[in-house]
Ligand binder design. Structure first.
Ligand code: ATP
Length: 138
Protein backbone atom coordinates (compact mmCIF):
# COMPACT_ATOMS: atom_id res chain seq x y z
CA UNK A 1 0.00 0.00 0.00
CA UNK A 2 1.07 3.58 -0.60
CA UNK A 3 1.87 5.95 2.26
CA UNK A 4 1.11 9.61 2.73
CA UNK A 5 2.11 12.11 5.38
CA UNK A 6 -0.77 13.91 7.02
CA UNK A 7 -0.72 16.68 9.58
CA UNK A 8 -3.49 17.92 11.78
CA UNK A 9 -2.57 21.62 11.92
CA UNK A 10 -2.90 23.79 15.04
CA UNK A 11 -6.48 24.81 14.14
CA UNK A 12 -7.42 21.18 13.49
CA UNK A 13 -6.07 20.24 16.89
CA UNK A 14 -9.48 21.02 18.39
CA UNK A 15 -11.05 18.43 16.09
CA UNK A 16 -8.56 15.57 16.50
CA UNK A 17 -11.26 13.08 17.47
CA UNK A 18 -13.40 13.84 14.43
CA UNK A 19 -10.43 13.84 12.07
CA UNK A 20 -9.11 10.51 13.31
CA UNK A 21 -12.61 9.04 13.02
CA UNK A 22 -12.63 10.16 9.36
CA UNK A 23 -9.23 8.53 8.84
CA UNK A 24 -10.57 5.17 10.05
CA UNK A 25 -13.89 5.50 8.22
CA UNK A 26 -11.91 5.92 5.00
CA UNK A 27 -9.98 2.73 5.87
CA UNK A 28 -6.51 4.20 6.21
CA UNK A 29 -4.07 2.47 8.48
CA UNK A 30 -2.16 4.73 10.87
CA UNK A 31 1.46 3.53 10.64
CA UNK A 32 2.99 6.30 12.74
CA UNK A 33 1.67 9.21 14.74
CA UNK A 34 3.34 11.99 16.71
CA UNK A 35 2.10 15.07 18.56
CA UNK A 36 4.55 17.98 18.44
CA UNK A 37 4.82 21.72 18.80
CA UNK A 38 7.10 22.75 15.91
CA UNK A 39 9.64 25.50 16.45
CA UNK A 40 9.55 28.32 13.94
CA UNK A 41 12.72 26.93 12.42
CA UNK A 42 11.21 23.48 11.98
CA UNK A 43 8.11 24.97 10.35
CA UNK A 44 10.35 26.97 8.01
CA UNK A 45 12.20 23.81 7.09
CA UNK A 46 9.04 21.78 6.45
CA UNK A 47 7.59 24.50 4.22
CA UNK A 48 10.90 25.54 2.58
CA UNK A 49 9.39 24.99 -0.90
CA UNK A 50 7.07 27.91 -0.24
CA UNK A 51 9.85 30.27 0.85
CA UNK A 52 9.31 33.75 -0.62
CA UNK A 53 5.60 33.30 -1.35
CA UNK A 54 3.27 35.95 0.07
CA UNK A 55 1.68 33.52 2.52
CA UNK A 56 4.96 31.95 3.74
CA UNK A 57 5.53 34.00 6.90
CA UNK A 58 1.94 33.61 8.05
CA UNK A 59 2.07 29.92 7.36
CA UNK A 60 5.26 29.42 9.36
CA UNK A 61 3.96 31.48 12.29
CA UNK A 62 0.69 29.57 12.26
CA UNK A 63 2.32 26.15 12.02
CA UNK A 64 4.55 26.93 15.00
CA UNK A 65 1.75 28.51 17.05
CA UNK A 66 0.50 25.36 18.75
CA UNK A 67 0.52 21.61 18.77
CA UNK A 68 0.11 19.56 15.62
CA UNK A 69 -0.28 15.85 14.97
CA UNK A 70 1.81 14.22 12.23
CA UNK A 71 0.56 10.90 10.87
CA UNK A 72 1.94 8.45 8.36
CA UNK A 73 -1.12 6.89 6.76
CA UNK A 74 -1.26 3.92 4.42
CA UNK A 75 -3.77 2.40 2.03
CA UNK A 76 -3.86 1.77 -1.73
CA UNK A 77 -3.55 5.14 -3.50
CA UNK A 78 -3.17 6.86 -0.12
CA UNK A 79 -1.93 10.20 -1.45
CA UNK A 80 -4.90 10.85 -3.70
CA UNK A 81 -7.34 9.25 -1.26
CA UNK A 82 -6.19 11.55 1.56
CA UNK A 83 -6.29 14.64 -0.66
CA UNK A 84 -9.85 13.73 -1.64
CA UNK A 85 -10.84 13.29 1.98
CA UNK A 86 -9.34 16.62 3.08
CA UNK A 87 -10.79 18.63 0.16
CA UNK A 88 -9.53 21.75 -1.65
CA UNK A 89 -6.70 23.87 -0.19
CA UNK A 90 -8.77 27.07 -0.25
CA UNK A 91 -11.26 27.17 2.62
CA UNK A 92 -14.00 28.94 0.65
CA UNK A 93 -13.80 26.48 -2.22
CA UNK A 94 -13.74 23.62 0.29
CA UNK A 95 -16.86 24.89 2.08
CA UNK A 96 -18.73 25.57 -1.12
CA UNK A 97 -17.77 22.58 -3.22
CA UNK A 98 -16.81 19.88 -0.71
CA UNK A 99 -18.73 20.70 2.47
CA UNK A 100 -18.30 17.18 3.83
CA UNK A 101 -14.53 17.13 3.39
CA UNK A 102 -12.32 17.73 6.42
CA UNK A 103 -11.43 21.22 5.20
CA UNK A 104 -15.03 21.85 4.20
CA UNK A 105 -16.00 21.25 7.80
CA UNK A 106 -13.04 22.67 9.72
CA UNK A 107 -11.01 25.16 7.64
CA UNK A 108 -11.44 28.78 8.69
CA UNK A 109 -9.24 30.92 6.41
CA UNK A 110 -6.59 30.72 3.67
CA UNK A 111 -3.89 29.55 6.04
CA UNK A 112 -5.94 27.78 8.71
CA UNK A 113 -7.16 24.83 6.75
CA UNK A 114 -7.05 22.16 9.44
CA UNK A 115 -4.90 19.52 7.74
CA UNK A 116 -2.01 18.83 5.39
CA UNK A 117 -1.44 16.06 2.88
CA UNK A 118 1.59 15.11 0.78
CA UNK A 119 1.33 15.90 -2.91
CA UNK A 120 3.56 13.11 -4.26
CA UNK A 121 4.89 9.73 -3.31
CA UNK A 122 8.48 10.94 -3.24
CA UNK A 123 7.59 13.83 -1.02
CA UNK A 124 5.55 11.62 1.29
CA UNK A 125 8.31 9.13 1.97
CA UNK A 126 11.65 10.75 1.39
CA UNK A 127 10.90 14.24 2.59
CA UNK A 128 7.86 14.48 4.79
CA UNK A 129 7.67 11.19 6.66
CA UNK A 130 11.40 11.37 7.18
CA UNK A 131 11.02 14.88 8.60
CA UNK A 132 8.85 13.59 11.44
CA UNK A 133 9.82 9.93 11.75
CA UNK A 134 13.32 9.54 10.27
CA UNK A 135 16.46 8.63 12.18
CA UNK A 136 17.54 12.23 12.59
CA UNK A 137 14.18 13.74 13.34
CA UNK A 138 13.49 15.41 16.64
P1 ATP B 1 -0.79 21.25 2.29
O1 ATP B 1 0.61 21.28 1.69
O2 ATP B 1 -0.89 21.89 3.63
O3 ATP B 1 -1.51 19.95 2.17
P2 ATP B 1 -1.78 22.13 -0.16
O4 ATP B 1 -0.80 21.24 -0.85
O5 ATP B 1 -3.22 21.90 -0.38
O6 ATP B 1 -1.63 22.18 1.37
P3 ATP B 1 -0.02 24.31 -0.75
O7 ATP B 1 -0.25 25.10 -1.98
O8 ATP B 1 1.11 23.34 -0.71
O9 ATP B 1 -1.40 23.63 -0.41
O10 ATP B 1 0.12 25.33 0.45
C1 ATP B 1 0.56 24.91 1.71
C2 ATP B 1 -0.24 25.59 2.77
O11 ATP B 1 0.02 27.00 2.73
C3 ATP B 1 -1.77 25.49 2.59
O12 ATP B 1 -2.30 24.31 3.08
C4 ATP B 1 -2.24 26.71 3.38
O13 ATP B 1 -2.18 26.45 4.78
C5 ATP B 1 -1.16 27.73 3.05
N1 ATP B 1 -1.55 28.52 1.88
C6 ATP B 1 -1.48 28.15 0.58
N2 ATP B 1 -1.94 29.11 -0.24
C7 ATP B 1 -2.30 30.13 0.55
C8 ATP B 1 -2.84 31.42 0.31
N3 ATP B 1 -3.11 31.86 -0.92
N4 ATP B 1 -3.09 32.21 1.37
C9 ATP B 1 -2.82 31.80 2.62
N5 ATP B 1 -2.30 30.60 2.92
C10 ATP B 1 -2.05 29.77 1.91
Amino acid sequence: AEITLAMIKPDGYYHIGDIIAEIYKAEFRINKMKMVHLTKQQAEEFYAVHYGKPFYNNLVDFMSSGRIVALELSKPDAIQAWRNLIGPTNFEVARREKPNSIRGKFASDGTRNAVHGSDSSENAKIVESNFFFGRNSF
